[in-house]
Design a binder for this molecule. Structure first.
Ligand code: BG6
Length: 370
């Protein structure tokens, strides 16, 4: 069933263009507007929503964090992202105008299930984003938007992550549509951007594998890895760090690049690998130069710097020991491509260490205990 791949993870990483395309499929009506009738929440209810809380664990929570940047920007309502196991025990503020989005690949994560039950008891509507038809979380939610990533077997989540981002973006755009928060054309332009992503992911898969492999070879013996990013690059950094700890058992930390000077830079010593997600340089993006100076800072202290940067971003070359190139795309789309080399890096490192890629020690695909 691995279809010729050496691991399920490798297969699933390569299925990501399809996972994105399939999750977009069938969610529009003939004149191109978003149609989420399948969700079966009244448009009126969507219109009344004034706050979103995402509850999830692990990779699904990072997908939620990515979506927070997009949805707040598009819909102009606050989005909180809460680890499901922390949520219920802090007396969260919920009411009927709060939309709770529960994200779960398996649909069986007990922490997420308990959190959504709590939210419903408080009178909030819960919309699940889930990859598994008929699983518990969608059954216990008010509604569900399925990701169509196909079965994910490897414990480390890959294609579910990109599909979750797509599903959450569709919910955000739908809210913008029903609330009139954006012009129709603006929404369509973003949908076009989304539709362009499968080909861009494919391009990363086709062109970046060698660079990733050489970074893995250079750094396989490193005791620890740091990942940093800003804006949507921040959750991507944390997801990259999570992949590496899950399957290569490397001690990793992902953090916001702006936080570097407030502590983490003390960790940087000669030979320390630091992976930096560099935002697009176009559109006078102020964050671009700020992230570049973060690379400069760590490099000055002897770090081995790995950058994920946009094709054509020549400035990056002089700062980075190695660059994983991302095809040009809007900032909010960049997580869908930036995560790919980080997944490959974790896989290559695990392979070089001779570890079981699909079944890392101490982990289960879905954790059905609290
Ligand atoms: C963890 C898995 O236990 O659960 C992660 O190892 C996953 O890969 C997390 O991201 C959440 O799982 P789910 O099924 O709720 O998305």
């Amino acid at each position: 069933e691995k279809g010729g791949w050496d691991s399920f993870m490798n297969k699933e990483i390569h299925e990501q263009p399809q996972a994105v395309a399939d999750t977009l499929l069938g969610r529009f009506n003939l004149d191109g507007d978003l149609n989420l009738d399948e969700v079966r929440i009244d448009e009126e209810v969507f219109r009344s929503i004034d706050k979103i809380i995402v509850i999830a664990c692990g990779t699904a929570a990072y997908a939620g964090m990515v979506a927070k940047y997009a949805i707040e920007h598009w819909v102009r309502i606050p989005v909180e992202v809460e680890l499901a196991h922390e949520f219920r025990y802090r007396d969260p503020i919920l009411n009927s105008r709060t939309l709770v989005i529960a994200i779960s690949q398996s649909g069986e994560t007990m922490d997420t299930l308990m959190a959504l039950r709590h939210a419903r008891e408080q009178g909030s509507r819960v919309l699940a984003i889930c990859n598994t038809q008929g699983s518990t979380i969608p059954r216990e939610s008010d509604a569900v938007l399925y990701t169509h990533a196909g079965p994910e077997i490897a414990v480390a989540s890959t294609k579910a992550f990109v599909a979750q981002i797509i599903a959450a973006y569709l919910i955000g755009l739908y809210l913008a549509q029903v609330k009139g928060a954006m012009y129709r054309d603006e929404i369509r332009d973003i949908v076009d951007d989304l539709r362009a992503m499968p080909a861009k992911i494919q391009r990363v898969l086709d062109t970046q594998a060698e660079a990733v492999e050489s970074a893995a070879q250079a750094m396989v013996d490193a005791q620890s890895f740091l990942f940093l990013g800003r804006h949507v690059g921040y959750p991507v950094a944390m997801e990259g760090a999570l992949k590496l700890k899950e399957i290569a058992y490397t001690f990793t930390e992902g953090f916001a690049a702006g936080e570097l000077k407030h502590g983490p830079i003390a960790l940087v010593d000669s030979g320390e690998p630091v992976v930096v997600i560099v935002p697009p340089a176009r559109g006078r993006n102020v964050l671009h130069s700020k992230v570049l100076s973060a690379i400069e800072e760590v490099r000055a202290r002897g770090a081995y710097t790995i950058a994920v940067a946009e094709e054509g971003d020549e400035d990056v070359r002089e700062y980075a020991d190695i660059v994983f190139w991302r095809p040009q795309c809007p900032t909010l789309m960049s997580p869908l491509v930036d995560v790919i080399p980080l997944q490959l890096l974790a896989m290559d490192m695990a392979k070089l260490k001779g570890l079981d890629i699909d079944k890392p020690r101490n982990l289960a695909k879905s954790v059905t205990v609290e």
